[in-house]
Design a protein around this ligand. Structure first.
Ligand SMILES: [Zn+2]
Length: 440
């Protein structure tokens, strides 16, 4: 046995050397239209941020199809391998610098341009109380003691950027109105970060507004089917077309994700179908997005559950959901169930206020019968129209406290999201930490 000991030692040394040489952080670049950085390596973990294409970040490890990434030295996250590409092993990502900023008006929107020496990962957080956007630039330091401060543009006031850590700089933009109308972020071809903000609607009129209407389901996906086989997709489409005509008569430009019985992206699967609906409305620069659905429950409550619900996700969308719910309940006389906060795929985008309505219950025999009736469909469309009109009227009023909402605790329609996503603990392959910065 003893003559084998040296061989064992030599192989141990070799193993440790190869482990050391493989142990280097790897530079990644985002390639997907929307790359979510999550708090853990599954799709059900919370999103820390969503990055546009061409953002560059360090990977410090990998588990299965997920990279562990370093947003800055104080915050790690996870990104799906399908959303990124590894850059060459020679690529080193230094701490970038924010060298300057500018604010300008572009087609009624505020354009915030951040001049950066690299396409860093970032996070934008919207708040309505107080009305502001916080932009965290990760792996990024301020280039000098202060970035020059600008006078506000159209009521948007940028505070002096704050360096929060060696490699984290924060920019706060104070907004003029709690009822914000959306923002989107991307990298320019020159590598600068652009955030386009619609701080509020210019006026309360329907005329000229771009309103996206998304009739839920369609094609092979019937949605809920009632006790007498009335299909949700048909009811959703009928109400949506009536609403579209009503809005068009008032001068709105309506974007329908579908205007007949079809999938928006045939064969794309559920996730691809929802993403296609988001893409259509984002490409059209919609001012508002409303997804029209009807509800259903199974089991013992199928015959008795009734009424209207409305959902929102981003803080700015809450008022829209409240007003649509009020419009529906008053037009249909339905039970006012609740306005709920729910992470639906079509509601997560920040480009404009987005809401999803569940007019009534397909699974309830009385409501199913009503929903199949063109007169009732027309009342539903009229209720949604009133909701949009009332939303716009209130959204353009000067800043003030938000109204009390008819809110209850939100039940989870499709079962609760797991609070602590379970993970079969696979072995993490460690790449090592990002290299230390050399003094400049
Ligand atoms: Zn539905």
């Amino acid at each position: 046995m003893s003559d084998r000991l040296p061989i064992l030692l030599v192989s141990l040394i070799l193993v440790s050397i190869s482990a050391t040489s493989a142990c280097a952080a790897r530079a990644l670049v985002t390639v997907s239209e929307r790359s979510a950085v999550r708090s853990g390596p599954t799709d059900s973990h919370a999103r820390i941020t969503v990055l546009p294409p061409t953002a560059r970040l360090w990977a410090t490890g990998r588990v299965g199809t997920w990279y562990k990434v370093s947003l800055y030295s104080g915050l790690d996250g996870w990104i799906a391998a399908s959303d990124v590409k590894e850059l060459g092993t020679d690529v080193k990502l230094d701490t970038a610098r924010l060298t300057d900023m500018s604010l300008s008006l572009q087609d009624g929107r505020i354009r915030v341009l951040m001049y950066l020496t690299d396409r860093v990962p970032f996070r934008i957080r919207q708040s309505v109380f107080p009305a502001q956007l916080d932009i965290d630039l990760f792996r990024c330091a301020a280039a000098q003691e202060g970035i020059r401060q600008f006078p506000g543009v159209a009521g948007v006031i940028p505070l002096v950027p704050q360096q929060m850590a060696n490699d984290w700089t924060q920019i706060t933009l104070q907004l003029p109105n709690v009822h914000q109308a959306g923002y989107r972020a991307s990298y320019t071809s020159g590598g600068h970060l652009v955030v386009d903000i619609n701080p509020s609607f210019a006026d309360a009129g329907i005329a000229g507004k771009r309103i996206a209407i998304d009739p839920g389901h369609g094609g092979p996906d019937s949605g809920a089917v009632g006790p007498t086989r009335v299909r949700e997709k048909d009811v959703n489409l009928a109400i949506s077309m009536l609403l579209a005509r009503r809005l068009q008569a008032e001068g709105a430009q309506v974007i329908l994700t579908r205007d007949r019985d079809t999938a928006v992206s045939p064969g794309a699967g559920k996730g691809g179908e929802l993403a296609a609906r988001v893409d259509v409305t984002k490409a059209a620069n919609a001012d508002l997005f409303i997804s029209v659905h009807n509800n259903a429950v199974g089991g013992g409550n199928a015959a008795t559950a009734k009424g209207s619900e409305c959902y929102y996700w981003t803080p700015m969308s809450r008022l829209l959901a409240i007003k649509l719910q009020e419009g529906l309940v008053s037009a249909l006389g339905t039970r006012d169930r609740f306005v709920g906060w729910q992470r639906f795929a079509v509601l997560r985008e920040t480009d404009c206020p987005r809401a999803l309505v569940e007019c009534a219950f397909m699974s309830n025999p009385q409501e199913e019968k009503l929903l199949a009736d063109p007169k009732y469909q027309s009342r539903a469309a009229e209720g949604l129209y009133a909701g949009i009109k009332n939303y716009l009227a209130e959204a353009v009023t000067p800043p003030g406290p938000m109204p009390d909402a008819p809110m209850q605790d939100t039940p989870q329609p499709d079962g609760p999201e797991p609070l602590t996503p379970r993970m079969d603990a696979p072995q993490i392959e460690l790449f090592g930490v990002p290299p230390m910065e050399t003094e400049r």
